[in-house]
Design a protein around this ligand. Sequence first.
Ligand SMILES: [Zn+2]
Length: 198
Amino acid sequence: MASQEIERLAGALARLPGLGPRSARRAVLWLIKRRESALPALLEALATVQEALVECRTCGNVDTTDPCAICADPRRDPRSLCVVEDVADLWALDRAHLFTGRYHVLGGRLSALEGVRPEDLTIGKLLDRVEQGGIDEIVLAMNATLEGQTTAHYLAERLEAFPVRITQLAHGLPVGGELDYLDEGTLAQALRARRPVG
Ligand SMILES: [Zn+2]
């Protein structure tokens, strides 16, 4: 019989994406066995996440500084902007080291089913950024899901009014593919072969 404390931790872990109740209990057991070796580092990392991480007010990335390291990096091309659904997608793309511009995180994708409307995403902020000028190309890097593609089409329409080139990741991307799960080679290929929206 697990104690209340153990059940509470397992319950909290089970809410993490990708962890069900069963793997959460295994994780708890793993942690208990390594209370001396692994737990202090984990606790410290968690405390840092709680205390030090902020959302970049420019792009929506999560970092220890605002603006984030990417927005603040002068070597990044300010004329090229890559729009992604979530921070996880930004990280995935940035791991591929091919995109040299900056990013914009939408905070999700349009979904009639889940009731996600344009005003629930950072689309207004994106249009503001484009309106300020200095951006030549916008890469729509939505996931290859129905909702991701609906979002890309909507954005392409809203961006039509601006003098920018709008491109989209090439669909060597598997249908239903979420960027976060793709290997870096596939992502790099999709980015390299990006094509105009239309
Ligand atoms: Zn940023």
